[in-house]
Design a protein around this ligand. Structure first.
Ligand SMILES: *[C@@H]1O[C@H](CO)[C@@H](O)[C@H](O)[C@H]1NC(C)=O
Ligand SMILES: *[C@@H]1O[C@H](CO)[C@@H](O)[C@H](O)[C@H]1NC(C)=O
Ligand SMILES: *[C@@H]1O[C@H](CO)[C@@H](O)[C@H](O)[C@H]1NC(C)=O
Ligand SMILES: *[C@@H]1O[C@H](CO)[C@@H](O)[C@H](O)[C@H]1NC(C)=O
Length: 430
């Protein structure tokens, strides 16, 4: 095509892409100044898989105990999880004793954590990992253990004294906006005052949104990442609802995410019972697109080699951890149930995800115009395209006015990466 024709085609695309331009030009909000979570945190969190089993005589291998976390720490190192980036080993609800100690401090259940939290933190640190813990902004945790209301500073000091590196702060039993918002802010300041670097994970917007509209600019000044939507379950319907909610609100969510502050669509449930292979691919690909924290909740003692390879896929992790820190968004959803997502990466590259949302039939073809990607810039004048999921393969060089056709399984995803080719190198293919 002649250069004039290309320019005309480019002009025609401008109105259609104006919204996306707006989306991408928004200035990221100021983040919490603790120097942490410059890329989305990666690790393991016990909740979805292990819930609240506190009876170790009933289920010794799966109860919430120091033994469970020490086993996971060992496996995170020996099975290569740490080396691909999964660094935070995180405890969720149900670690506490039913009451505070004589000094009013939180204490772990003495039967299940007989060595104490400082010892567990030492063990985790000796493996080159970091320890995450859980507490709640209200009077009680979601499972009914002591809440931090009235004890924010003491609890922050306690966690720091144990050597904790991350706090997940839940929002149960906080029925007024003042308590919720005030509590999340006070805990953020209290963590800062300890002088210890502690990643701060909030559920502030999730609990606030039933009462009033969350102010994300403000939330990002206090939290390193925050939950917006329901708890994830080991089911496609749950992954699907999380994706739908996120794309529905993407105009407000993507502009806020960036180094130091991330939207958290909750845990990766890959390697458990509920997702088909294609659905596991979709979760991994889309969590990378959304610049989501990658917190697995699975049993590292029992995980299939395929799920493990997917979770440890370095090319997907590189997309998730891209230093530019822009959250991806859905560009289109067509009447056949195909969704096209993109995420701007550093160096002019883009991650592209094509999701087949049909829950019937076999692999379906999806054909799309490369000029639609990245406001017309992703492949302009040309790009090389790498397929990353479901399998790694090179799709070669393409110019910006060409189409690409892929076949996608029902509820599955094709994840691609485009790398811009400079004009002087692209002459041969234009
Ligand atoms: C506490 O906050 C200040 C800025 O408000 C920051 O410079 C400092 O690094 C923070 N300290 C910790 C431990 O997060
Ligand atoms: C927590 O307990 C205090 C003291 O009993 C009470 O004033 C406050 O309203 C309670 N907060 C919630 C969220 O229940
Ligand atoms: C949201 O919070 C920011 C930062 O605190 C503030 O400047 C802004 O006015 C708030 N927006 C609304 C609508 O309250
Ligand atoms: C996004 O934020 C704007 C401005 O605060 C608000 O009017 C709008 O309802 C929000 N949109 C969604 C989908 O949440």
């Amino acid at each position: 095509m002649a250069a004039g024709g290309a320019r005309r085609a480019r002009r025609l695309l401008v109105p259609a892409l104006a919204l996306l331009l707006l989306l991408q030009s928004a200035r990221p909000a100021k983040a919490l100044e603790n120097g942490l979570a410059l890329t989305p945190p990666m690790g393991w969190l016990h909740w979805e898989r292990f819930l609240c089993q506190t009876d170790c005589s009933q289920d010794p291998r799966r109860c919430i105990s120091e033994k469970l976390f020490m086993q996971m720490a060992d496996l995170m190192v020996s099975e290569g999880w740490r080396d691909v980036g999964y660094q935070y080993l995180c405890i969720d609800d149900c670690w506490m004793a039913p009451t505070r100690d004589m000094q009013g401090r939180l204490q772990p259940d003495p039967k299940r954590f007989p060595s104490g939290m400082a010892k567990l933190a030492d063990y985790v640190h000796s493996k080159g990992l970091k320890l995450g813990i859980y507490a709640d902004v209200g009077n009680k945790t979601c499972a009914g253990f002591p809440g931090s209301y009235g004890y924010y500073e003491l609890d922050a000091e306690t966690f720091a004294s144990w050597g904790v590196d991350l706090l997940k702060f839940d929002g149960c039993h906080s029925d007024t906006v003042d308590l919720l918002v005030g509590g999340y802010k006070t805990m953020s300041r209290a963590l800062n005052k300890t002088g210890r670097s502690i990643v701060y994970s909030c559920e502030w917007p999730l609990y606030q949104k039933s009462l009033q509209k969350p102010n994300y600019t403000e939330i990002k000044q206090y939290c390193n990442y925050w939950r917006n939507f329901d708890d994830i379950y080991d089911a496609w319907s749950s992954v699907r609802n999380t994706l739908d909610w996120t794309s529905l609100h993407q105009d407000n969510l993507t502009s806020i995410a960036g180094p130091g502050g991330w939207n958290d669509p909750d845990m990766l449930v890959i390697g458990n019972f509920g997702l088909s292979w294609d659905q596991q691919i979709t979760q991994m690909a889309l969590w990378a697109m959304m610049a989501a924290p990658l917190l697995m909740s699975n049993d590292l003692r029992h995980i299939s080699p395929a799920s493990k390879a997917l979770l440890q896929n370095k090319e997907v992790i590189a997309i998730n951890q891209d230093p530019l820190g822009k959250q991806g968004y859905r560009i289109t959803k067509d009447h056949n149930g195909f969704e096209l997502w993109e995420r701007p990466l550093s160096g002019g590259a883009y991650a592209i995800a094509i999701v087949n949302r049909q829950e019937i039939g076999g692999p379906q073809a999806y054909r799309f115009f490369l000029a639609f990607l990245g406001n017309g810039l992703a492949c302009n004048p040309a790009c090389s395209i790498q397929q990353i999921l479901p399998t790694s393969r090179n799709l070669g060089l393409h110019n910006w006015i060409s189409f690409l056709k892929v076949f996608v399984n029902p509820t599955g995803t094709i994840l691609l990466k485009t790398v811009l080719i400079e004009e002087k190198h692209s002459l041969g293919i234009l």
